[in-house]
Design a protein around this ligand. Structure first.
Ligand code: UD1
Length: 339
């Protein structure tokens, strides 16, 4: 069965392509290479012994999307990762984010509705919950007004998909709300490749440990948490990738309860920034230089998932730990810097 993975050379996309190929799917990747590299294909091929098809394509160009689907009308499912994801950049350039994340989604959905098999998985985020009133966060928690244009594109994206499913009973979609994806493939053949100064915690930690950054700034040490730093649910990217395969198989096997479903993807356990640092220090054997500094604007204090819906209905749960994720991120950082 042929599966389209948009953004399939990105961090989560590439790990998902590996898991899809591992269970026998044929994958065609679309990526515009705006935040990824063609070399990722080599990493995927080394791990799986199978080279995925790849087309460089800009999903914002409607005619190109149409042309692609005309040539691939035998697609059995679409996993849509392609999107911009830098929160700060989205605040400065909201129109870029709306054009990139929303137009592309609409064009892909328009073509999906013409296929024989209309199965769609959407890359959403726990950012839709904002600072939830109750922890752990269940899927019933209210969607809060978005803190950033990036977050808003995830909320609007889910609404567009919900309306599309309502109007087209034969379209089946699942939105996966990720908590904090980290880590890399255990082979260190693929991993995260942040452009410029990393905004996210784990690549900042590994770049500091390897000497590219002087020290890690811990954003805020006076939150009302067990050690004063923010709490997040860090999920290993390989566990996350596997959830996409399970969700896709649910749609392909018509096991879904309704034609639009959404699931939290997290471990269920919250870790503070200091606990994440301790985990890194333990598995790497390196002391990390860090300093507690001012809070970062827009950060929620605490977010971790209630996972029983994904565990019971999707039939998926995480298998890897924070230590596993830190060890793989460190192995990856060392590999790319020694190239
Ligand atoms: C961020 C986005 C979220 C998005 C996700 C995608 C914000 C507010 N949220 O999540 O919408 O879906 O990335 O990957 O940007 N930290 C430090 N020092 C650093 C970097 C981070 O202390 O140099 C702390 C943060 O304050 C936070 C934790 O580490 O408590 C995790 O931060 P990060 O990796 O940026 O993820 P989120 O902010 O949770």
């Amino acid at each position: 069965m042929k599966i389209l993975v948009t953004g399939g050379l990105g961090f989560i996309g590439s790990h998902t392509v590996v898991e899809l190929q591992n269970v026998g799917f044929d994958v065609v990747i679309i990526d515009d290479l705006s935040n990824s590299s063609v070399e990722v294909i080599d990493g995927i091929t080394t791990i799986t012994n199978k080279k995925p098809l790849f087309e460089k394509l800009d999903l914002k160009i409607k005619s190109e999307v149409k042309d692609f689907f005309n040539r691939h009308n035998d697609i059995a499912g679409v996993i849509h990762f392609a999107a911009s994801k830098a929160v700060g950049e989205s605040v400065n350039d909201p129109l870029k984010y709306y054009e990139n994340n929303i137009n592309a989604l609409i064009y892909v959905l328009q073509e999906l509705t013409k296929l024989n098999k209309k199965n769609f998985i959407f890359s959403s985020s726990c950012t839709v919950y904002g600072q939830a009133d109750e922890l752990p966060i269940t899927e019933n928690a209210h969607v809060k007004p978005a803190e950033s244009p990036y977050g808003n594109t995830k909320q609007i994206g889910e609404e567009i998909i919900r309306d599309t499913c309502r109007a087209n009973g034969d379209v089946n979609a699942i939105a996966l709300r990720y908590f904090n994806p980290i880590g890399a493939h255990p082979t260190a053949e693929i991993g995260e490749l942040p452009v410029g100064v990393p905004q996210n915690l784990v690549p900042y930690i590994t770049q500091t440990a390897i000497g590219i950054r002087e020290k890690l700034s811990v954003f805020g040490g006076d939150y009302a948490t067990r050690d004063g730093t923010c709490i997040r649910d860090y999920i290993h990217v390989v566990d996350l990738a596997k959830a996409h395969v399970v969700a896709l198989q649910r749609l392909i096997g018509s096991k879904n309860d309704s034609n639009f479903e959404f699931f939290n993807l997290g471990t269920g356990t919250g870790s503070s920034v200091l606990e994440a640092i301790q985990s890194f220090e333990k598995v790497s054997g390196k002391k990390l230089k860090y300093q507690i500094e001012d809070r970062r604007e827009g950060d929620v204090i605490s977010a971790y998932a209630e996972t029983s819906k994904a565990n019971n209905i999707l039939g998926w749960k995480t298998e890897l730990t924070l230590d596993d994720a830190m060890a793989s991120a460190w192995k990856w950082e060392q590999k790319i810097r020694n190239k």
